[in-house]
Design a protein around this ligand. Structure first.
Ligand SMILES: Nc1ncnc2c1ncn2[C@@H]1O[C@H](COP(=O)(O)OP(=O)(O)OP(=O)(O)O)[C@@H](O)[C@H]1O
Ligand SMILES: [Mg+2]
Length: 499
C-alpha cells in the first residue's frame, strides 16, 4: 500500500521543513507551500490525502481558505496549525470543516497520531466507496457492507439463489442482517419489480395471522364485514418473507406447507381455491432443526423451507468488517442528523473492535447512531459508546481513567484545598499505570509470568524486575488440572482468598 501524501501550507520555513522531516521519516510523501496561493495551486496539481494548514497565512485568512478548499473537496481531511489553540479557535476550525487542529509548539508523537488517524479515516472512506462500488457492480447491493470472506460467500450464494423460485431459510443470530439479505435476494431476482412483503409472525394470534396471510370472505368471523385479500394474494409474483418463522403455530405451519407444495390456498371461510406464484423466504434466529427434534416445528415444513440454507455469521467472527460498517453507519447517521462527518478516535475504534457484539450489526449500528447523535465535535471518543460496549475494555484495564491519576488542580471543578490535593509526580503516575497493567495481565494469564512476558514482548527477567520494583504481590498459580490435584480444584482457596 503506498503511503499517503500530505501538503503542508505554512509561511514559516522552519515549520514546513520540520514537518517534512518528521512526516517524511514516517514514510509520508510531503509537499510544501508557503502561502494560500501556492497551496491552492499545489492542490490543483496533485491530489493529496491530508492538508496541514496554518491559520495565519500572509496572503489569506486560513479559515477562509479552509472554507474554499472544503467547498472544492469536502472529503479532504484538514488539520489546522494554530498558535493560539483557544477553545474559540477550535470551535471555528471545526465549523469551517477542519478535522482537527494542532497548536504550536506540538508534541511530535501527538502530531503523528493525529496525522495517522486522519489518513486512516480517509483510507477507510475510500475503501468503503470502492467496496460499495464493487458490490454494486457485482451484486447491485449498495447497502450491504462486508469484505470478510464469510460475507462474500453469503453474497455469492445470494446471487446464485436469486434467479430461482426456491425457498431459502436464512439463519443467523439476531441483528446479523437476515432481513437485509432477504431483501437482497428479492432485489436480485426476476421478481424485483413485484412486491416484497415481510411478515412478522411474532406474537400474533393464529386467527389474525391466518386472515392476514390468506385473507377472508365476508362473514368468515364476526368482524369480517367484507372480503379481504391476504398477503399471499398481494404478494402474487413477488416474495413473502417470514421473519422468525419458528413462532408460527402448528396449525398455520400446516397451511403454509400446503401453499408451498400446491401453490394454492383458500381464504378464511371461503370455498374457492386461489392460486398464487409467490416465492417464500424465511428467517430464524433459533435452531429450527432442534425445534423439529423437540416436536415443536413440523419436520416436513422444515425440509420445505430449508431447500437452500443461508447462514449469516455473527459479527464477532468477522471483525474485519467492523471498520467498514462503522464508516458506513457514520456516513448514514451524520447525513441523517445534518452533522459534519464524525470519526472515532483510535481508542474508541479499539473498543469497537474488542467488543463481542451479541446484538451483531444492529447493535453496532445503534452504537454508532447514538455516538453521532450525542457528539458535539468531530471526534467520537469511548465516552460516547454505551457502557456495556465499553465495559470489556474497562475490565481489561486498557482504558485508564485519567482523573484517577490526576486529581483536579486547585481552582478546577471538584478540587478541594490545594494541600489536600497534591498532584503525583509523572513518575509516580506512570508507575501506577505500569503496576495496574502488569497486575491485570498476570491475573489474566493466571499468574504465569512466562506467558505474561511473552504477551508484553519483554524478556522474563525484565518482567521479574518490574514486579519486584513495583511491589506487585505475586499470587500462587492455580494448580494444573491433574487427577491428584482434583481436590485442590474443588476448593480453590488461593483464588477465593485473592478475591
Ligand atoms: N452487512 C450489512 N451491511 C450494512 N448494514 C447491515 C448489514 N447487516 C445488517 N445491517 C443492518 O443492521 C440492522 C439489522 O439487520 P436486519 O434487520 O436485517 O437483521 P436481522 O438478522 O433480521 O435481525 P433480527 O433477528 O433481530 O430480526 C439493519 O439496520 C441492517 O440494515
Ligand atoms: Mg429481522
Amino acid at each position: 500500500m503506498s503511503k499517503a501524501s500530505i501538503l503542508v501550507v505554512d509561511d514559516e520555513q522552519e515549520i514546513r521543513e520540520g514537518l517534512e522531516l518528521l512526516l517524511g521519516s514516517e514514510g509520508y510523501r510531503v509537499f510544501q507551500a508557503e502561502n494560500a496561493q501556492q497551496g491552492l495551486a499545489a492542490l490543483d496539481r496533485e491530489p493529496v490525502d491530508l492538508l496541514l494548514l496554518d491559520v495565519a497565512l500572509p496572503d489569506r485568512n486560513g479559515l477562509d481558505l479552509l472554507r474554499e478548499i472544503r467547498s472544492k473537496d469536502p472529503a479532504l481531511p484538514v488539520i489546522l496549525i494554530t498558535a493560539y489553540g483557544s477553545i474559540d479557535m477550535a470551535r471555528q476550525a471545526f465549523k469551517a470543516g477542519a478535522l482537527d487542529y494542532i497548536t504550536k509548539p506540538w508534541s511530535n508523537d501527538e502530531l503523528l497520531a493525529q496525522v495517522a488517524q486522519a489518513v486512516e479515516g480517509r483510507r477507510l472512506r475510500e475503501e468503503n466507496l470502492l467496496l460499495k462500488r464493487a458490490l454494486k457492480q457485482r451484486y447491485n447491493f449498495p447497502n450491504i457492507i462486508g469484505k470478510s470472506e464469510q460475507m462474500q460467500r453469503v453474497l455469492d450464494l445470494v446471487m446464485q439463489v436469486a434467479p430461482s423460485r426456491s425457498t431459502v431459510l436464512i439463519t443467523g443470530e439476531s441483528g446479523t442482517g437476515k432481513e437485509l439479505i432477504a431483501k437482497a435476494i428479492h432485489a436480485a431476482s426476476p421478481r424485483a419489480e413485484k412486491p416484497f412483503i415481510a411478515v412478522n409472525t411474532g406474537s400474533m394470534p393464529v386467527d389474525l395471522l391466518e386472515s392476514q396471510l390468506f385473507g377472508h370472505v365476508k362473514g368468515a368471523f364476526t368482524s369480517a364485514v367484507s372480503s379481504k385479500k391476504g398477503l399471499f394474494e398481494v404478494a402474487d409474483q413477488g416474495t413473502i418473507f417470514f421473519d422468525e418463522i419458528s413462532t408460527i403455530s402448528h396449525e398455520t405451519q400446516a397451511k403454509l406447507l400446503r401453499v408451498i407444495q400446491e401453490r394454492e390456498f383458500m381464504r378464511l371461510g371461503g370455498t374457492e381455491t386461489i392460486r398464487v406464484d409467490v416465492r417464500i423466504l424465511a428467517a430464524s434466529n433459533v435452531d429450527l432443526a432442534a425445534l423439529v427434534r423437540q416436536g415443536r416445528f413440523r419436520e416436513d415444513l422444515f425440509h420445505r423451507l430449508n431447500v437452500i440454507s443461508l447462514q449469516l455469521p455473527p459479527l464477532r467472527d468477522r471483525k474485519e468488517d467492523i471498520p467498514l460498517l462503522v464508516q458506513h453507519f457514520i456516513e448514514r447517521y451524520c447525513a441523517e442528523n445534518n452533522k459534519p462527518l464524525r470519526r472515532f478516535t483510535a481508542q474508541a475504534m479499539r473498543v469497537l473492535m474488542d467488543y463481542d457484539w451479541p446484538g451483531n450489526v444492529r447493535e453496532l449500528e445503534n452504537a454508532v447512531e447514538r455516538a453521532v447523535v450525542l457528539s458535539t465535535s468531530e471526534w467520537l471518543d469511548p465516552d460516547l459508546l454505551p457502557e456495556n460496549v465499553r465495559s470489556k475494555e474497562i475490565v481489561k484495564g486498557v482504558r485508564l481513567q485519567l482523573s484517577e491519576f490526576l486529581p483536579p488542580l486547585p481552582g478546577e471543578p471538584g478540587a478541594r484545598r490545594a494541600a489536600d490535593n497534591p498532584t503525583p509526580s509523572l513518575f509516580e503516575i506512570m508507575e501506577e499505570i505500569e503496576r495496574r497493567v502488569i497486575t491485570d495481565m498476570l491475573e489474566r494469564t493466571n499468574w504465569n509470568q512466562t506467558e505474561a512476558a511473552e504477551r508484553f514482548q519483554i524478556p522474563l527477567s525484565t518482567l521479574n524486575q518490574k514486579i519486584k520494583r513495583l511491589g506487585i504481590e505475586v499470587r500462587r498459580r492455580n494448580p494444573p488440572r491433574t487427577a491428584s490435584s482434583d481436590e485442590a480444584e474443588e476448593e480453590p482457596a488461593g483464588r477465593a482468598a485473592s478475591g
